[in-house]
Structure formats: C-alpha cells, structure tokens
Design a binder for this molecule. Structure first.
Ligand code: GLV
Length: 320
C-alpha cells in the first residue's frame, strides 16, 4: 500500500505525477490555502505532508497526526514549521535550499532597479498616455552604479546578490553573524560591517537573512532611523524581519527614499499606508517565481517526501 500523504495546495504537475507513483495523495486547496480546521481534519491519517510557506505547521497539527513521519516544505525558509516540536516528536522536516538562490537574487536586482529608476510609476504614467515627449527632469531616479550596497544576511542569496553587484561596480558591505573568510570576502568583493554602520552608510540595503527570534524586527524603527535619507531598502527574505509599520512611516515622511518589498509581516495583509506610497514597489512574494525554479522546488520537496517515507534520509533534512 502506498503511503497516504497530504499536499496542502497544488504544486507543479510534474511533481504531482511523481508523487502519484509513490504515494496516495490528497490535495488541499486548489486555488486557496487550507484553513486550520481543514488542515487538522485532512492530516489525521497521513504519514507525510508537503507544505508551502503559507501553511502553519504547529504542535496542534503535528499532534493531530499520529502516523506523521515527514513534513516536506516547498520553500527554503521553514519558519512556518515548529522545528523544535518536530524534532521532539521525531518528525523529519525538509526544505528546498540552493535551487532558488539565483532566481531570488535576480528579483532583488529587479527591485533595486525598479525603485531606483521609478520603473513602476513611470510605466503607469506612460500607460495613462501622459508621455508628451522627452523632458530633462521626467522621473529622475537614483544611480545604482558605484553605490554602496549593504547586504544583511550573507548566506547563499546574499552572496549571489553580491556577485551581481560587481557588474554594477558597487561598493558591497555585509552584516552577518558569521564573518566570511578573506578568500570569500575577496570572491564576493564584500567587506564586513556591524549592522548599525552598514545601515548608516549604505545607499541600498537589502535583506537576505532567515527569520528566527533573533532576526524578528531586526530592522526596527530605530534601525530605520539610522539609514540615510536617500537610501533604499529592499526585502525579499521574510516580512517580520522589518517593522513594517515603522517602514511605512519612514517612507511617508521621506526619512528614507524608497523601498522594494516582496514580503510582508502579516501576509497576505499589507500595512495599509504602503498601498498609497509611490516610493514603494510592492510585489506579491514572487522571489522564487520562475517556472524553472518552482518546478525544481516542487520536485525537490516531492523527492524529499518520498525519501523520508521510504525510510531513507532525505537529501534536505533540517531536523538533524
Ligand atoms: C520563499 O520565500 C522560500 O522560502 O522558498
């Protein structure tokens, strides 16, 4: 008998095909996320679950499923899962690292460029048929080339951003609990700075850290107040790393120049004020959203799930 698994929401068809061969699966919402009540009901008899970052897998959910062996998260971040409790219960948890690094770094550059060059309001202006001819001061943005880029969180994605920044001859600095080796600093052309100094001297600050109790509100109201008046903040990591209300206020009062956000504190809710600010570019959490990457993520999560169910150690186990 194939093991029973729950896939909380549709993943790409190739991965479903693969899972059909190895499991009996039940899919949660087609076009929406499962409610907590539905999740609790559906997980009862399952040995495995394939989750997305929107699914909160807490104690209650794990306690509801006595046969649960593995939670395969289809995301690199796994702050949506109570890892400590999973470990305690001997439930394996896996993620999808590495494969979304380049895609997310690409989107970071897109946000940096979009905010700096006012791409979104300029596009809206053109579509409203307001373009009446070249003007010397139409949509004056900010130069990116040669500016100081401050990377908060110098892991895989932070490093991939640093490599891209070399093409823009940027002066890259980073802040991370782990200082890179001199060889790495040389490869990424990045110098370590303590967070406050990074914030107060960077023209563009970009966040690539994990979300945990230490990074929650790492970029707080106070930290935002250290940033330069003409600086840009980009966040493609996790929303709660930034104090969103304070950021909206800082943008409104022009305490900083602009922001590019792909993630929010209470997704899918967004701080109301942000909607009306044209110095912010707001994306709907699409950091890894290319067909190629989402396919790789779906397949990686599916394979991790099957490995765990077949008694193997999954490739991307985070509960060691
Ligand atoms: C996306 O946000 C991920 O963590 O994979």
């Amino acid at each position: 008998m194939k093991p029973k698994v729950l896939i909380t929401r549709k993943i790409l068809p190739e991965a479903l095909e693969y899972l059909k061969k190895h499991t009996q699966y039940d899919i949660g919402g087609e076009k929406r996320n499962l409610t907590k009540k539905e999740l609790l009901e559906k997980i009862k008899d399952k040995e495995g679950i394939l989750t997305l970052l929107v699914d909160q897998i807490d104690r209650e959910v794990m306690d509801q499923a006595p046969s649960l062996k593995i939670i395969a998260n289809c995301a690199v971040g796994y702050n949506n899962i109570d890892i400590g409790y999973a470990k305690q219960k001997g439930i394996m948890v896996t993620n999808t690292p590495g494969i979304l690094t380049e895609t997310t770094a690409d989107l970071t550059m897109a946000l940096i460029m979009a905010v700096s060059r006012k791409i979104v309001p300029a596009d809206a202006f053109t579509r409203r048929k307001n373009f009446k001819g070249w003007e010397i001061d139409l949509f004056l943005g900010k130069e990116v080339t040669g500016k100081r880029l401050g990377i908060i969180g110098m892991g895989r994605i932070g490093k991939a951003v640093a490599l891209r920044a070399q093409g823009f001859r940027m002066d890259t600095v980073y802040s991370d609990p782990r200082i890179l080796t001199p060889e790495e600093e040389n490869k990424y052309k990045a110098a370590y700075l303590p967070l406050d100094e990074l914030l107060s001297t960077s023209d563009i600050v970009t966040i690539h850290t994990v979300l945990n109790s230490e990074t929650h509100h790492l970029v707080s109201k106070h930290k935002l107040s250290l940033m330069k008046k003409d600086a840009i903040l980009v966040n493609v990591s996790r929303g709660p790393v930034v104090e969103e209300r304070a950021l909206a206020e800082a943008l409104e009062k022009k305490q900083i120049w602009g922001a590019g956000l792909d993630v929010y504190e209470r997704e899918p809710e967004i701080e109301e004020k942000l909607y009306s600010l044209d110095n912010a570019v707001l994306l709907p959490h699409i950091g890894s959203a290319t067909y190629e990457t989402r396919l790789k993520m779906s397949m990686m999560a599916a394979k991790n799930l099957v490995q765990g169910l077949q008694g193997e150690t999954p490739d991307n186990l985070v509960t060691q």
